[in-house]
Ligand binder design. Structure first.
Ligand SMILES: CC(C)(COP(=O)(O)OP(=O)(O)OC[C@H]1O[C@@H](n2cnc3c(N)ncnc32)[C@H](O)[C@@H]1OP(=O)(O)O)[C@@H](O)C(=O)NCCC(=O)NCCS
Length: 175
């Protein structure tokens, strides 16, 4: 499956992409992922988030990557936040790693992670940081060679309202 998937950096992000990215975000939140949003997850919240991300891409502040199936439908996404304080120009944040439930466990998350790391390196970053509240994602980052730093209890809420911890990871990128 991952062989048939095309991963590309979205720039610009238009209405078609916002719809497809919104489908993935809504599915992940409805599936219980702690990725900034609470239930009920609406199309309006998804649109507002991705329109903001699109504007941020246009300003050069972040990269948004998408995994597309052979029909061109977006089935996964991940972001690199490039814009950092002036004393951390070498660092980026990896964020919003999302794969639609119907496309999981086929290597798409791993392919997105590798592509995001390559894109961050190409953008001049040598250190990436992320936080995650997902066991599935923790295994993904562990396989990718990311270093686990530790866990912060009660960091956020799951979409249904229960508190959840977050785990911090980092990875140095090498050419
Ligand atoms: C975390 C997430 C992105 C992983 O995406 P994914 O596409 O399923 O990731 P992969 O397919 O690369 O790996 C998942 C598992 O499938 C396995 N796998 C990969 N290709 C496979 C294949 N062809 N056949 C069978 N299994 C396969 C991997 O070994 C891995 O196994 P694991 O259960 O031991 O970890 C996805 O679960 C998700 O979107 N979760 C909700 C959102 C979220 O919480 N994101 C994290 C925010 S930081």
């Amino acid at each position: 499956m991952a062989d048939e998937i095309r991963i590309r950096c979205l720039d610009p992000i238009g209405d078609r992409e916002i719809q497809g990215l919104g489908d993935v975000l809504i599915d992940c939140v409805e599936g219980g992922a702690s990725v900034s949003f609470m239930l009920p997850m609406t199309r309006a919240k998804a649109d507002a988030f991705w329109r903001g991300a699109a504007a941020s891409v246009a300003r050069g502040e972040r990269l948004v990557l998408a995994a597309e199936d052979p029909a061109g439908a977006i089935v996964g996404t991940v972001q690199i936040i490039l814009a950092q304080p002036e004393n951390q120009p070498h660092r980026g944040d990896l964020a919003k790693m999302l794969v639609h439930r119907r496309a999981r466990r086929r290597g798409i998350g791993g392919a997105l992670l590798a592509a995001a790391e390559r894109s961050a390196l190409a953008a001049g970053k040598s250190l990436l940081v992320l936080d995650t509240a997902s066991d599935d994602a923790e295994r993904l980052y562990g396989r990718g060679g990311w270093q686990r730093c530790g866990e912060i209890p009660d960091y956020a809420l799951l979409p249904g309202g229960a508190p959840c911890a977050t785990t911090i990871y980092f990875k140095f990128l090498r050419r």
